[in-house]
Design a binder for this molecule. Structure first.
Ligand code: GTP
Ligand code: MG
Length: 149
């Protein structure tokens, strides 16, 4: 089944938005399979965002992501990758639609409070990068029959 890596960035943690952000994915009906508060080492941030290595903002991005604890999450569900990106909204919060996390709660690209994997392949890659095997939980939510037929 499809999985995605969602992360509350340091600004989201500092601003007290962890519960609000988790709640959006919970209410939607996706399944949480991993969750931790974590101080991200520089090397991990660089590996996570390696596709953006050549961008002028890369050093600032690494500084931002490592500036305080982040909340790491793994979520599962059919279509979860694209749906989570929709719930999160556009990269630039000023362009993100109202009703999305960034559209409702942020104002700047460099402080856009949450990350979501951009493809099912990257979802798998990022969940494996941020979580050890024993940190993930496979479970069956009792509400599942009320969410999927
Ligand atoms: P993520 O879910 O965090 O991967 O965001 P995204 O997929 O919407 O955007 P992208 O992968 O292109 O960029 C990753 C992150 O780099 C963004 O979420 C921003 O935090 C940051 N970023 C992207 N573009 C800029 C920029 O032009 N300036 C700054 N300061 N940060 C940027
Ligand atoms: Mg991205």
């Amino acid at each position: 089944v499809e999985e995605t890596y969602i992360m509350v960035k340091p600004d989201g943690v500092q601003r007290g938005l962890v519960g609000e952000i988790i709640s959006r994915f919970e209410k939607k009906g996706f399944k949480l399979t991993g969750l931790k508060l974590f101080e991200c080492p520089k090397e991990l941030a660089q590996e996570h965002y390696k596709d953006l290595q050549s961008k002028p903002f890369f050093p600032k991005l690494i500084e931002y992501i490592t500036s305080g604890p982040v909340v790491c999450m793994a979520w599962e569900g059919v279509g979860v990758v694209a749906s989570a990106r929709k719930l999160i909204g556009s990269t630039n919060p000023l362009q993100a639609e109202p009703g999305t996390i960034r559209g409702d709660l942020a104002v700047q690209t460099g402080r856009n409070i949450v990350h979501g994997s951009d493809s099912p392949e990257n979802g798998k890659r990022e969940v494996a990068l941020w979580f050890k095997e024993g940190e993930l939980c496979q479970w069956t939510p009792s509400l599942e029959p009320w969410l999927v037929e």
